[in-house]
Structure formats: C-alpha cells, structure tokens
Design a protein around this ligand. Structure first.
Ligand code: ZN
Ligand code: ZN
Length: 164
C-alpha cells in the first residue's frame, strides 16, 4: 500500500528523526550514570531505613532524570526518584523518600495521606516548605542544588551526619 505523504507529515517525520538523532547524540554520559548509581545507593539505603518494620511493600525502584518531579509512586507499587536527590541535603532527600513510601498506602494527596506522612516524619511540613522554596527561588539545576547543599545546615542533617 502506498500513501501519498502530505508535506506536513514529511516535515513532522523529519522532526521525529531529528529528535532521535539528538537523543542518540546526547547519550546518558558517564557522569550522569555515576550520579544515578550514587543516588540509587543513597535512596535504597534510606528506603530500607524508613521501612525497617516492613510496613511498606514496593516493587521496582527506578532512578531517572525526571524533569518535573523529585519522585513518584505508581499504582503497581513501583517507586521512581530523580537522580538529583543526590544533590539535596539529606533531610530533604529523606522527606522525598518518606513521601513516596507513604504513597504506597495512600496514592493521592488527601488528608489521610498527610497523616501517614506525619506519622513517619513528624516535621515533614518544614522539609516540604524548604523544598518548595528551593524550587521557587534557586531552581533545580545541579549547580544551584550543589551550592545549596554545601551551604545547608540543620539539626536533622547534623543528627544524620553524627550517625555516619
Ligand atoms: Zn505525592
Ligand atoms: Zn537538613
């Protein structure tokens, strides 16, 4: 079967091919892979830490270059995290880990969900607010996050460091 291609569809095909080429030309380089694996190790350790009692059951844990969110949880019980958690202070990284774990019990952001979060992390609210203000004021580029990380001090992070 032969289709006559409309010029526009020819054009859109060209764009698709260009995008594919860009994707290939921009391979996930080794720095990204290193960051991703470092983030994975940290996140898995914290998932285990917050799930010592085995309250949460999750399946696959994926670390991605997620553009818009720090983490997500699927209805199938798969957890996804951004590799950029590596560049967050430990207290904020922990908040995201706990947030996604709690979605395994309540998938939406209802009052019930926040109750579960509060049980696991009583001071979650301040951590959430700090994260939002970072997003709004300094942004989420690796450079800004690294700078913030190096200048950040808080009692939760100090406690965590004391344990290491
Ligand atoms: Zn959520
Ligand atoms: Zn902190």
């Amino acid at each position: 079967m032969c289709k006559i291609l409309h010029p526009l569809s020819m054009l859109s095909w060209k764009i698709v091919k260009q995008r594919l080429r860009i994707k290939k030309a921009r391979p996930k380089n080794s720095t990204y892979n290193t960051h991703k694996e470092m983030a994975r190790a940290l996140i898995l350790t914290r998932l285990q830490f917050f799930n010592q009692e085995g309250k949460f059951t999750y399946r696959r844990v994926a670390i991605r270059d997620q553009k818009r969110c720090w983490g997500s949880c699927s209805s199938k019980g798969n957890l996804n995290f951004s590799y950029k958690l590596l560049f967050l202070p430990p207290c904020l990284r922990d908040y995201i880990v706990v947030h996604e774990l709690c979605h395994l019990h309540v998938l939406n952001h209802s009052a019930e969900f926040w109750q579960v979060v509060a049980q696991e992390m009583p001071d979650y609210r301040i951590r959430m607010q700090t994260l939002r203000s970072i997003e709004k004021t300094i942004g989420t580029s690796i450079t800004s996050l690294k700078k913030y990380q190096s200048e950040h001090h808080c009692s939760s992070c100090e406690q965590l460091q004391a344990l290491v």
